[in-house]
Design a protein around this ligand. Structure first.
Ligand code: PAF
Length: 296
């Protein structure tokens, strides 16, 4: 496994490009089994480069940028046992040039949900992802579906800027009790960890209502909100169309996402499930690759 600690070493990736494809798994480190599953999916497609970079521009004032867990040596030890060809772990000054430089502004898919709760967050995500694409020049990039809106916002950027990279959304990895794996789960004490289960339970509640034939978005969102009562505060419990993330009064047949965000103790947690609603039932689906409506 090659470890690149500076951007000026990136030409060492050229040795990995033939035979391709080169697959980028972008991360902010503090790796867990969910990241390893992204690596495994990437390794089935080509040679994997994992980037580890805690991106300052996607954290707002008062968010957890300073506290975000950083353990580069632990991460490298974990990746050494995975099918990883290279790790790129640059310092901030190799990624950002200073005030006044070009940034990316997210499109309409970033307007609600986490975009509303965290102004500027997706602009920061897209700016760093565009930079990582420019630096690593991957053929394929793998992102975790747990960050559903992030995946969809990146899909819109890749489409609108005609970036030459294919995106893969990897299914969320869960603990045996249903908690979605997240680096921020490290912030939870045992009591908070138990309460955090309300997120996956809220999604199960929303899904059960859809399976029972309910179609009013308001009623489904209210039921998911009730299921989140164990959280300290709720950011949203939402039913949204895929891929545009639009809200509708009544759930039409087709792809949708149930999404929740809530604060439990010091952690802001998110979770989601992508579903297709049809006359014959409700099935779990992948997040990316759905046909976009005009204007999305
Ligand atoms: O999902 C993450 O870990 C980050 O948002 C990403 C995509 C690595 C960009 O910093």
């Amino acid at each position: 496994m090659i470890v690149l600690r500076h951007a000026d070493e990136l030409n060492r990736l050229d040795a990995l490009r033939q035979p391709g494809p080169l697959v980028l798994v972008p991360t902010m480190g503090a790796l867990h089994e969910g990241h390893l599953s992204l690596v495994r999916q990437g390794a089935a497609l080509g040679k994997v480069v994992v980037s580890i970079f805690v991106n300052p521009t996607q954290f707002g004032p008062g968010e957890d940028f300073a506290a975000y867990p950083r353990d580069l040596e632990g991460d490298l030890a974990m990746l050494d046992h995975a099918q990883v060809a290279a790790v790129f772990a640059p310092p901030v000054e190799d990624v950002y040039g200073g005030p006044g430089e070009v940034t990316v502004r997210a499109g309409r898919r970033a307007e609600g949900l986490c975009g509303a709760a965290r102004p500027g967050h997706f602009d920061g995500v897209l700016t760093v992802v565009a930079k990582l694409f420019g630096m690593v020049r991957p053929d394929i990039a793998v992102f975790g579906s747990k960050d559903a809106q992030q995946c969809l916002v990146i899909e819109q950027m890749v489409r609108d800027l005609r970036l030459p990279v294919s995106l893969i959304d990897a299914p969320t990895v869960r603990e045996p009790d249903g908690l979605a794996m997240s680096s921020r789960n490290r912030y939870l004490d045992p009591e908070q960890r138990t309460r955090a289960l309300c997120l996956s339970r809220a999604l199960a509640r929303g899904r059960a209502l859809l399976e029972s034939g309910r179609r009013e978005s308001g009623a489904i969102e209210a039921a998911m909100g009730e299921a989140l009562a164990a959280a300290d505060s709720i950011d949203y419990a939402a039913v949204r169309s895929l891929p545009a993330l639009g809200a509708t009064e009544s759930v039409p047949d087709g792809p949708l996402v149930l999404a929740v965000a809530a604060r439990v103790g010091p952690a802001r947690l998110i979770d989601n499930v992508a579903l297709r609603v049809e006359l014959r039932g409700v099935t779990e689906i992948r997040l990316l690759g759905h046909r976009a409506p005009a204007g999305d």
